[in-house]
Design a protein around this ligand. Structure first.
Ligand SMILES: *Cc1c(COP(=O)(O)O)cnc(C)c1O
Length: 385
């Protein structure tokens, strides 16, 4: 057994990121400026988007995107119950109504048939969440949005880099939000990116910086002017050049990180495939998984212990695991406000009761991966019915 605890998702920061941050700190400009602009351009080119806006988080990327789409009171936005709470909070923040739907059993991504059923005359947008890094069924979602005149805002917090029918996530829907939170595939400690068409991105940019017609760099730099106008009541969620310094180098390293993630996934698949107590994640034909998370589901009929006990047993063996996600409709705020009950979304509920996420990050050594596999198989052997 491991003697040292294996953390679930530590960051992988190198010399290049540190030197770039120091370079920014020694310069005359530390907040949104030339490095943020360069990060936006390089990121847009990488995912195949026409334009990008760097912000302080994926949550804020989604908030300014919905604001720029004109979503507000009286509107409905459809999303998955299997997501992080902030996907749904941003709808609530704008006074619109989140409408939750169930997921597909294999990927645990939003079920397009359930989305279609949830559309009403008040629906304005769909927010597909590419959970764990596996792309949603975008054929079906684009079809629904096209027929019903709805906007698409993708929550791609996990989906960098992911592909759907040869196209990178980030260049498909009307808008896509990425997260650079500390645990994500690319990190700036905190940060996010919104991609979309140039006109849309410029509107979102206004929403991200007080609704001011000129940003501070344009006002305070040598070529700047003091004059600005406030054209809407914007938020304040711009990215700093300190964060962009991290992002520029993380982006250059991303392909290497992904290659290692895929190796780890191949080892997990090979090591756990034969275990009848587990359901392993899939990668549908025609997609490329970003492998942000490796989520297994327990087959409860084979085990005497439940998921919570399984996680405790993994912790005793010095392996950090997690659960993605506690369905939104179980959280007291959404449960009580909209009157949801647990079995409203049976597929998500069944998965939630049985799921845990194993460590998956490019820092894992082959020995670490072997330790995780050994711990899982050991817990299964000890708790078999
Ligand atoms: C991490 C995450 C977010 C939030 O990202 P932040 O950058 O922390 O705001 C949103 N949705 C999903 C699915 C996430 O995993």
């Amino acid at each position: 057994m491991r003697t040292k605890f294996l953390p679930f998702s530590p960051p992988l920061i190198g010399r290049e990121e540190i030197d770039e941050v120091v370079d920014t700190l020694r310069s005359d400009w530390i907040t949104t400026g030339p490095k943020t602009r360069r990060f936006e351009e390089e990121f847009a080119a990488y995912v195949g988007a026409k334009a990008a806006l760097a912000v302080s988080s994926a949550t804020d990327a989604m908030l300014v995107a919905l604001a720029a789409m004109g979503i507000g009171p009286g509107d409905e936005v459809i999303t998955s119950t299997n997501t992080f709470c902030s996907t749904v909070h941003v709808i609530e923040h704008l006074g619109a109504r989140p409408v939750l739907v169930d997921v597909e059993a294999d990927t645990l991504n939003v079920d397009p048939a359930a989305v279609e059923k949830a559309v009403t005359s008040r629906t304005r947008a769909i927010m597909p969440v590419h959970v764990y890094g596996h792309p949603c069924d975008m054929d079906a979602i684009l079809d629904i949005a096209g027929r019903r005149g709805l906007k698409i805002l993708e929550d791609a917090a996990h989906a960098l880099p992911a592909e759907w029918r040869g196209r990178r996530i980030g260049g498909i829907g009307d808008a896509t939000a990425f997260s650079f939170y500390a645990t994500k595939n690319l990190t700036t400690a905190e940060g996010g990116m919104l991609t979309g068409d140039p006109d849309f991105i410029e509107r979102a940019r206004l929403w991200s910086l007080h609704g001011m017609s000129r940003d501070a760099y344009k006002r305070y730099s040598a070529e700047g002017s003091w004059f600005y106008e406030v054209v809407l009541p914007g938020f304040k969620c711009n990215m700093t050049d300190i964060q962009a310094s991290l992002g520029l180098h993380q982006l250059r390293k991303l392909e290497g990180f992904q290659a290692r993630r895929r190796e780890v996934v191949a080892r997990y698949q090979a090591g756990l495939r034969g275990c009848d107590a587990l359901e392993l994640p899939t990668e549908r034909i025609g997609t490329r998984h970003a492998w942000h998370l490796f989520v297994v589901r327990l087959r409860n009929d084979t085990l005497r212990i439940d998921r919570a006990t399984f996680i405790e047993e993994m912790k005793k063996r010095n392996i950090g695991t997690s659960v993605h996600f506690i369905p939104i409709h179980l959280h007291p705020f959404y449960r009580d406000k909209y009157g949801y009950s647990p079995e409203d979304f049976p597929v998500a509920m069944d998965a939630y009761r049985r799921m845990l996420s194993l460590p998956l990050n490019p820092r894992l050594s082959d020995a670490d991966v072997e330790d995780v596999i050994e711990a899982v198989l050991d817990v299964v052997t000890e708790s078999r019915r």
